[in-house]
Design a protein around this ligand. Sequence first.
Ligand code: ATP
Ligand code: MG
Length: 576
Amino acid sequence: MGEIIKKPKKFKIEPNLKNYEEMYKRFDWDDFYGEIEWFEGKKLNAAYNAIDRQTKTWRKNKVALYCDGDDGEHQEYSFLDLKNLSNKFANILKEYDVSKGDRIFVFLPRILELYVSFLGIIKTGAIASNLFAAFGTNALEDRLRDSGAKIIVTNSELKKRVDEIKDKLPELKHMIIVDGEGTDEDIDYKVEMKKASRDFEIEQMDPEDPLFMLYTSGTTGKPKGIVHTHYAILQEHLSMKWVLDIHEDDIYWCTADPGWVTGIAYGILGSWSNGTSSVVYGGRFSPEKWYSVIERRQVTVWYTAPTAIRMLMRSGEGSPKNYDLESLRYLCSVGEPLNPEAIHWALNVFGLPLHDNWWQTETGSILIANYPSMPIKPGSMGKPFPGIKVSILDDNGKELPRGKKGNLAIRPPWPSMMKAVWRDSKKYKSYFKKGWYISGDVALIDEDGYFWFIGRSDDIIKTAGERVGPFEVESALVEHPAIVEAGVIGKPDPIRGEIIKAFVSLKKEYKPSAELEDDIKQFIKKRLAGHAYPREMEFRDSLPKTRSGKIMRRLLKAQELGLPIGDTSTLEENGL
Ligand code: ATP
Ligand code: MG
């Protein structure tokens, strides 16, 4: 698929970032401090910037949160509502001796109380964190023990899982139960909220004070507890404006759960800091439900992930036609490589391309992106965010010329760069080499300065003397009409070093067969260089994925080679 050229005359709204190249050249963080509000003496608070500052303007009564549930119930909350509710919650925390630096974890589905608690925690100066509601006891124990969480905010159903491991959590003092059905030892959210004052003196923080911590997705190994600072809000704010291109009248839907970094940086902090009206859908995924959220809320800007897009693609092109999706004006994707096929599909179905962007839990905000005003090269992650220097290094830390594959590295610091790996300074230090932050991903820069993702360093396949990235092979596979999803690994081979093995799952209307396998192999042979061709193929109903929807190639490989499968705390159920 060729380049997608933008036609400025066709934009429904003029992009916030009108000329990327020019901005990149002249950008200086010093020019943008005023994008967020500071207290006296260079102090700030990210929750104040997200919510309270909006209530000093006409946005006070603007809808901040449209909360939609599975069974059709829906509610709306203004910025003023969120200010008052989070102040009340902060007061409850104070009553239970929460102070700066304490870790307070929220373990809830996507309901109002999750957002209120998260903001309230930040207002007290404590460190907030979210736990994905589907986590089992092992995943919980790892994270709650490692972080030394003092309070957990949860509901009566999820609390049962914490109860099972409570004995192993010496630092845990209280549980706050939001649906009021805890035991006598627990704190009843509803009762306390009723009593609590709406006034709260927000803790004024230093830029480098911790804001939230979050465990990585666990795609490549044991999740790491990444700590971010209040200063991160500046970059989250600016990238929301320039990459997500948010405007005053937009209705924005970030589909990521706040248990993952996207759901925090662009579902709470950066989004509300721009005064955005945000949709939260708390229910389960189904194409019909998702399309009806867009229709009901008239969503204009949509930030989602390749795994969701592939599931929508799997349901066929027919189903979106039953909904009015005309409100959409701008689409973005993150979390995994975005196959060109998905961009093509979006153009077909919505008349709009998907804009891929790249970042990590550790980087705290989007660092490489496709911008609304810039042509898209399908399959490319785009170009570095203004103020961010990104390069490709060889294994000795030497910068490589354009066109060469190597380690994707960033020049530190930047405002939303992680401050620490919780209780693991050795791990933190291991990210930095020769003045660079090493991302662990392999990429290349083309002649026009666009970045192309090749794969995770651990997933790169060495076959017949060549380095092959799984993404390239997977993208070719998903172009085949029968294939929805593909995961590709290197399998040791005495002659070639490694051979390429592909695991594929099929669209509903296709069944595995020897003929289909043959057909796919022929199809791939025409598209890829001989050495990149998968010699082995296996059909699977689905591929193992993390709860944030990333294909776990390390698990496919471990299964294939009969090796220990390692940490699976983030593995989606039925992923194996
Ligand atoms: P862990 O670090 O625990 O193995 P993880 O790396 O999946 O898990 P995250 O921080 O959630 O945890 O994900 C960041 C990673 O996701 C990136 O390093 C990259 O490999 C992948 N990723 C994110 N966005 C993109 C993208 N647009 N294209 C390609 N890969 C992406
Ligand atoms: Mg990672």
